[in-house]
Design a protein around this ligand. Structure first.
Ligand code: ZN
Ligand code: ZN
Ligand code: FE
Length: 735
């Protein structure tokens, strides 16, 4: 049977008879599942045949008996949508759709200038959900009783707001406030404050932002100072794609992502000369750009008619503020004004960050607009909860051949971040409709997730950090075979209890063998070296037997410091050794004088990458490989060549380009040695667009098939997916 309005008819009929179940379109017709008493089921079938809506014809009805499912309220599913295998999915928050946008700018519409307008195609979801099923009573909209007109829309299957859970209007919905002003005046007042150079906290979809006029250098400097965030680039919200294009180069792929329902921050190239204050994104030619994604943002940006810095409303390192009182307390010393409203936020969801790499979207921070949408994996796996890593934390939970990946929780170093992580670990299984049979975590004994995993009753499966990175990459690319995996990042605990990070693993989704690594070197001061690339460089030179005092690096230290660190290195006091590629990039940045101390993670690598200008492939530096297994790649010839280049007066840009090329040639060389056709690249180093794009081109030229990330971050934000994948095979071989 087919026909217009058939599914709404089935829906009304089922609700009428108080039957549970669902209806959906399928390639063979309409599929319906009902659950109720035999008498009601017969009545349903009878009326289905005899009372179809006009223009609909019922040709045949085939029925089968199935076990009951637990009586979830009847609903209309999208074709192909499934509510059993982890179904009843909670969708990510979606940016305002074109129809809703037209309504809020239409003076004749009842939602004119109403900042909480939405429909089934747009609006908040994940950020307002307390519990499943996704019904209004389980959202932060439960205290807003719909007015007659909103309820009529909500109940009319033909309306675009049919079952739009956050449906609201100016009569019955949430209200906006700025100090003592309400409604649209609040937006006008907030815009006036921003234009006057003030810092305004704006309650958005997944938390508070701090807004400042992006063209006002003084406001920007004050924001950086108050947030204790001296250098980390800040994102800019533009009123429209057109205005963003005046300041940045935005290609069609990037434009499509900016305008997508996920509406993330997209890292794009700035136009030069750049008219923004220097403090906006120092040390990098790119800029994080976003467009308004809620009616509130659209209305505010329309008032402002210019770009604003939109940085998350928090102290650096802490989770984004979500509650009104919390924001007033925590942001009291930063914000001059608060544009807030009375629709609570159920969970903190940051802006996502995306970069187009080799022509393809790569998600670097997966949060609003993406989480908690599942990643489809090649084979079904048992339900496993993975706790991820300590930096850029996300958690994951498998259900059949889907893995739900949580939003970014940030670094678990602060108590507030740790709390939100622990809370989410408790409610994620319920939201995803799966009860885990095991918990997967990192090998690192000191990670917060590892400690938490050990403290609960389920079996715990530990997964090596770099194997998890690669398993995530293989899983999202659907690759079952063994590949050469290049896992390059800052730090990860190795199976030999040393710090890994420059690894080449022969890897599948279930096992790995360490095929090659970068020659390890000492990090004087351990963690301190992560924040001070100058220390890392000193460790590197020490390992190579090069006297730092005879290089330019000496200028980064006082004579006293140099003496003390020399002793520390010789005696081996608190000098862990690492094979980390991330630290090697840091060390080279320090040798070039680009960055000696970092104020945010990855700063040295970001600035080193920024130096490289596009152009033909530069020469690469020599390196050697020592006999394996595992093969050890010796960077010493390259480091000596870097120093010689610098001594000969080569520019840092030239040296940076040659060093990047060297790292790519190392990948190509090991790929030849390993002899696997596919080469997968994962780990934080592969956020470096220049590195990955060059590696992709070189590997393809040599006949290899490069594989890299798209939906899942290459950094530690992707670990949880990899942990689920590796743990699932461990679980199925032990049970
Ligand atoms: Zn809409
Ligand atoms: Zn209403
Ligand atoms: Fe990592």
């Amino acid at each position: 049977m087919q026909g217009v309005g058939f599914r709404p008819f089935v829906y009304r009929l089922a609700r009428d008879l108080q039957l549970a179940g669902w209806v959906r379109n399928s390639p063979t017709g309409v599929e319906i599942e009902i659950e109720g008493s035999p008498a009601d089921a017969r009545r349903f079938l009878d009326r289905l045949r005899h009372e179809p809506p006009p223009r609909a014809v019922v040709r045949t009805v085939r029925t089968v008996q199935r076990p009951t499912e637990g009586g979830l309220p009847f609903e209309i599913l999208k074709s192909g949508e499934n509510r059993h295998a982890g179904g009843r999915e909670i969708l990510p928050d979606l940016a305002t759709c074109a129809q809703c946008l037209r309504e809020i700018f239409d003076p004749r519409n009842r939602r004119y200038r109403y900042p909480f307008t939405n429909c089934t195609a747009c609006g908040p979801r994940f950020s307002i959900v307390h519990a499943v099923p996704y019904d209004r009573v389980n959202t932060t909209m439960r205290d807003f009783e719909m007015c007659g007109r909103c309820r009529a829309e909500y109940e009319n299957p033909a309306d675009r707001r049919f079952h739009a859970q956050p449906n609201a209007c100016p009569v019955c919905g949430p209200r906006l406030m700025f100090a003592d002003t309400a409604g649209h005046r609040a937006i006008e007042e907030a815009a006036r404050a921003i234009r006057a150079g003030q810092l305004v906290a704006v309650k958005g979809i997944g938390g508070f932002h701090l807004f400042a006029d992006a063209r006002n250098g003084r406001a920007l400097a004050r924001l950086r100072d108050l947030k204790s965030r001296p250098d980390k680039p800040m994102a800019v919200m533009f009123p429209s794609l057109r205005s963003a294009r005046r300041a940045c180069h935005i290609n069609p792929r990037e434009a499509a992502i900016l305008a997508s329902p996920a509406a993330p921050i997209v890292l794009v190239a700035r136009r030069l000369p750049c008219h923004f204050p220097a403090g906006l994104a120092p040390g990098t030619p790119s800029l994080g750009v976003m467009l308004p994604y809620s009616p509130l943002h659209h209305l505010l940006m329309f008032q402002l008619q210019g770009p604003v810095v939109a940085t998350s409303g928090n102290l650096d390192g802490e989770p984004i503020c979500t509650g009104n009182r919390e924001a007033h307390e925590r942001l009291a010393n930063i914000a001059d004004g608060f544009l807030t409203h009375d629709r609570p936020i159920a969970r903190a969801v940051d802006d996502s960050v995306v970069r187009v790499v080799a022509g393809r979207e790569t998600v670097l921070r997966r949060a609003r607009g993406y989480a908690p949408a599942p990643i489809t994996i090649p084979k079904p796996v048992p339900p496993i909860l993975a706790v991820g890593g300590d930096l850029k934390n996300t958690i994951a939970l498998s259900s059949g051949n889907q893995v739900f990946l949580s939003q970014h929780h940030g670094d678990l170093a602060t108590a507030a971040a740790h709390d939100s992580f622990a809370r989410h670990l408790r409610d994620f299984p319920e939201l995803c409709h799966a009860s885990p049979r095991a918990v997967a975590c990192d090998l690192h004994p000191g990670y917060h997730g590892t400690i938490l995993a050990d403290s609960q009753p389920l079996p715990v499966i530990r997964v090596q950090h770099h194997h998890a990175h690669l398993a995530a990459c293989l899983a999202e690319n659907g690759l079952g075979e063994e590949v050469l995996g290049v896992a390059w990042d800052g730090t990860g605990f190795g199976t030999d209890a040393t710090i890994w990070g420059g690894e080449f693993l022969l890897a599948t989704m279930s096992s790995f063998e360490r095929f090659a690594l970068l020659r390890p070197f000492p990090l004087p001061g351990g963690e301190l070296a992560v924040r001070e690339p100058r220390r890392t460089a000193l460790g590197l030179l020490h390992e190579a037997g090069i006297n730092a005092a005879e290089t330019g690096l000496a200028a980064a230290f006082s004579g006293e410091e140099l003496k003390i660190l020399g002793t520390v290195l010789h005696r081996g006091l608190n000098v862990p050794r690492t094979s980390s590629a991330g630290r090697l990039f840091d060390a080279v940045a320090a040798l070039l004088g680009v960055r000696h101390r970092c104020s945010y993670e990855g700063q040295a690598a970001v600035e080193l990458e920024s130096l490289v200008s596009p152009g033909g492939p530069p020469e690469s530096y020599p390196f050697s490989t020592n006999a394996g297994p595992p093969l050890v790649i010796d960077w010493e010839p390259a480091v000596r060549a870097v120093l010689a280049d610098l001594q000969a007066g080569a520019s840092p840009a030239t040296v940076a380009a040659r060093f990047h090329q060297t790292m790519v040639e190392i990948i190509v060389e090991i790929a030849h040695r390993a002899g696997r056709s596919k080469v997968a690249m994962s780990g934080g180093c592969f956020q470096n667009r220049h590195l990955i794009e060059t590696a992709v081109i070189r590997l393809q030229k040599e006949g290899f098939e490069p594989v890299w990330h798209r939906h899942v971050p290459p950094n530690d934000g992707g670990l949880a997916l990899g942990q689920v994948i590796v743990a699932s095979s461990a679980l199925s071989t032990t049970t």
